[in-house]
Design a protein around this ligand. Sequence first.
Ligand code: GLP
Length: 243
Amino acid sequence: MHLKIHENYESLSRQAANEIIALMKQKPEAVLCLASGDTPRLAYSLMTKMAKDEKIDFSRCTFIGLDEWMGIPPDNEGSCHYFLRRHIFEPLNISNDRIRLFDALSTDQKGECKKMDKTIIEKEGIDLMVVGIGMNGHIGFNEPGASVEGYSHVVDLDAATRTVGQKYFREHTLLTSGITLGLGHMQEARKVILVANGTKKADIIRKALEEDVTPVVPASLIRKHVNAYVMLDREAGSLLTAK
Ligand code: GLP
């Protein structure tokens, strides 16, 4: 795992954006899994702008969804679907046949997970995952205690995730379970980038990077990945002792 503490949020976002663009130049048929959330928002806006300016072709790549709130329809502004459409797929003009997201309204949850796992195998794995970190150390919806080798699954959300998740929604929304790729997918991805910014993430970043590697803090598992890059701003890295 490689760690870089950037001067500010813009600088870390720019590096993350550069990494996505560099991969697209090198491998236009890449399989990308880009998290939703507040943290990578600027990286995606810089990335889509660079893609337009430099005429980067995203038409052959595949987008895999990281996670989704179960029961929340794709047209709800708080859904991961909505976020990805608005911030990535629409600006890049990605056609639907290049997009594989979880169906959070499916009544066959196991089937939905199997379908996603099969897709990833058929696509020969994920080239790049960009993930954020939850306030409880989750990656996607791999909550504390998630299986280290697990693949797609449906999970009861932690109390912290249900509360923090309200920030994405216009009105109070019942959030009970989530569907997510597993930590096994993260371990098997060819490259992983974890982005975090702000003081509020400093303590969980310290736990993930400096305490035990344990599924109790799912993000700590990133330290076992040989091609993982953690990109922080100064605030998020402020409690690390070994800077
Ligand atoms: C959310 C999502 C994650 C996201 C994380 C951090 O609950 N399930 O995929 O990366 O928490 O979100 P944010 O970047 O808004 O802090």
